[in-house]
Design a protein around this ligand. Structure first.
Ligand code: AVI
Length: 320
């Protein structure tokens, strides 16, 4: 299968990702320190996230996979064959083959910011589907991505599983949905996963597992900052926190300083009080109406929706 490899990450002369440095320095300078969750996913972060998806507490992946398996017939009927499947955040998981098996696509285009991970998972997928053109693109999918010209004539199906849309605040989620619509073109469809509001203890456990994998995932962000932005953050001085914010219907992850600390990043000095946090992630949860409203605000019209047998997680098909 053809492999096009386009690199679009903007690095300076020292190989530093300019956007990463800007987000970290700005985020650490805010009254409530905060770093956008998308920076979790360096190669190590992507691997840790794969481990999270196998945790007993993290029901999301199993619930979504169950629906993808069960509804193959519905996808074939409503989506049809020959579309180019454009996956936002590339899947090394089981999910992508389940979708590709169901609909017989014309091409597969995984877009991901973690280059090595993207190349590995694309190669594995190309081996599984001989004859399917695979075009991995290393890029930040929150900006409009130019698709390979040979796919111009094909209708697109955007695939955005995992409730990754929930990692954005609503106004960014709407921007992203509109950006996806621009990337995918006028007659596109979108198959998107959204995690549903449920018992708070079940939600909290999914983000604070007994084995500490989510804690390692959260702290890996600090390791990445130290390595890529010449930082000296004392990682062991931070505790992992996951809490439900009922006003915004979201789980928040924070890194909480256990004591007063000082550190430098990219030549800049920062201090934190004991108990002060860096807010590292939001994971919004939806009900079926709020899910539809978000899609409509992002210029997508819901066509059909499915949930797993325990109604924990929704997959929604929409059209442009
Ligand atoms: C990728 N994203 C949908 C995950 C989530 O559930 O919000 C990321 C994650 N963070 C902690 N655990 C998983």
């Amino acid at each position: 299968a053809a492999q096009t490899d386009i690199r679009l990450v903007d690095r300076d002369d020292h190989g530093i990702d300019r956007a990463f440095r800007a987000d970290v320095l700005e985020g650490l300078s805010s009254p409530q320190k905060a770093i956008p969750a998308r920076w979790f996913y360096d190669d190590e972060g992507s691997r840790l996230f794969e481990d999270i998806t196998r945790l007993p507490e993290y029901y999301l992946t199993r619930a979504e996979t169950e629906t993808l398996r069960k509804r193959a017939g519905d996808f074939a009927r409503l989506i049809g064959p020959g579309r180019a499947v454009v996956e936002f955040g590339s899947g090394s998981s089981l999910k992508t083959p389940l979708l590709l098996d169901a609909i017989q696509p014309g091409a597969y285009v995984p877009i991901d910011i973690a280059g090595d991970f993207l190349r590995e998972s694309s190669a594995a997928l190309a081996a599984k589907f001989p004859g399917l053109p695979v075009h991995p693109i290393e890029a930040d999918f929150t900006t409009t991505v130019k698709l390979p010209p040979e796919l111009l004539a094909m209708s697109k199906l955007g695939f955005f599983p995992g409730s990754t849309i929930g990692n954005m605040v609503p106004r960014s989620a709407v921007d992203l949905l509109r950006t996806m619509r621009m990337t995918l073109g006028g007659d596109a469809m979108l198959l998107i996963g959204m995690d549903l509001i449920k018992d708070i203890d079940v939600l909290t456990a999914a983000y604070d597992d007994a084995a500490g994998v989510t804690a390692a995932f959260n702290r890996n962000l600090l390791k990445r900052i130290n390595r890529e932005l010449d930082g000296d953050i004392p990682i062991a001085a931070f505790a992992h926190r996951a809490r439900w914010n009922d006003t915004y219907a979201r789980i928040e992850m924070h890194l909480e300083a256990r004591a007063e600390i000082a550190f430098t990043v990219a030549g800049r000095s920062f201090t934190m009080r004991a108990g002060e946090t860096i807010h590292t992630e939001n994971s919004h949860k939806f009900d079926l109406r709020s899910a539809n409203m978000l899609l409509l605000a992002g210029h997508w019209t819901p066509v059909e929706r499915w949930t797993d047998s325990e109604d924990r997680f929704a997959l929604i098909l929409a059209r442009a």
